[in-house]
Unconditional design. Sequence first.
Length: 448
Amino acid sequence: MKNKFNDLTGKEWLPFQKSFTHFTTFGDLYQENISFFTKASIDPIPVALFWGSSSKEILFQTLCDKQNILYNEGECDFIYIDLTDETLTLETLQQMNSWINMKVCQITEFSKRLNHRKFISVLINNIIIDQYYYPISWEISNRLSQHFTRKDEKIICRKKNQEPFINLYFRKDEDSALNTAISSSDLWDSMRELTTFSSIRSHQNWFILKPKPRKKDEILHPAKYPEDLVSLYLNTFSKKDDNVFDPMSGTGTTQVESLKLGRNAYGVELSSIFHSIAENRCAQVSSKEHIWNIFHGDARNWEKGNFPIFDYIITSPPYWDMLNMQGAENQALRKKKGLQTNYSNDSNDLGNIDNYASFLKDLIVLYISILGNLKDGGYFTIVVKNIKKKGKIYPFAFDLVSGLNSRLILEHVAYWCQDDLRLAPYGFGNTWVSNTFHHYCLTFRKEI
Ligand SMILES: C[S@@+](CC[C@H](N)C(=O)[O-])C[C@H]1O[C@@H](n2cnc3c(N)ncnc32)[C@H](O)[C@@H]1O
């Protein structure tokens, strides 16, 4: 197959594939991007373009010169936009709204010089103004996706307590003009209400876990989250003797960790196989002091579980119907081992809804109904990923926030970055598709 993407070798390709990276310097970050999206040996020599502060532009240009890449000459093959200095100057909501409108116009104008099927990358960070958390990177991502094809995002992990940078990637291609944002346009308006309190800010905003090898029964489940993730959240968002709930319990990770940390543990699970694994695991760690109860059935019937009021909810839903997508390397590997690749074939399994809008709606309706049983001021953490399917990005995390925002306040956003997965060379030689190794951990609070 002809290598249509920069003629990169596997060795040059692979290091860029992870959807998160650690920030060292702006120079390193620019260098990584220039090396991946341009190559001097290509004929004609690629042209790169930068937009940001003048000192950073000099740095970027020097890096292009070092790699024998042309800078700012006519039509270009890669554009890098660094907005991180500009976000620092935003002090009021009004300023921020007009800044976003202006940036979207400027970027689309600026990108008229970008050649067909070439990438544009935007570096940005979410901000806090007067204790309000504004995920402006999501808004810029949604708005630019109306003009370009949204291809990817990378989390740039900075020092502890520093808000990570997000590197957004778009491509100008045959689909670009056709794109309409999949996520709702009301995201931005609703974001005005987001509050962040200083105590919660101290909770980590990105983390890497080293999960223990999964036991024989736990491997049966295709997408279990790690015990350490649950304990990290239980320690911040709940206290001893609290009632913790997970409407989609899987193998019971939420309940097992809750019991271990002295909480009562409740949940629902649809699959009889996972339900019995969860019950067995709870039975092994339970004590007389704390109660547990996992209802076997559809989460939409959670009321049949006769649960007490919940103090804290932590959960992870099916990531749409992605487990039904055949061909993924992980799926093939599980099949080979005789393990099931999806949760179930049950029509009530939300992971079997093939229409994205219906899936999203059903999930949001379920979460809103559960809220009725969450105490006022209680927290609700959802672990999700933005989804890539057939070359298209579905911003599941952003869409969930939009859908829940009228009922809950988004208090905290963290990225769980997985560093223990094998990299796959998706799109090699054709186009860039990262290995999505980051999940959004979204924590909401029920208003009093
Ligand atoms: C991402 S997994 C949760 C994994 C779990 N956190 C763990 O660590 O094992 C999602 C779970 O939702 C369950 N599920 C899907 N649709 C459901 C429904 N309508 N009601 C209850 N559970 C459902 C699936 O069987 C699956 O176990």
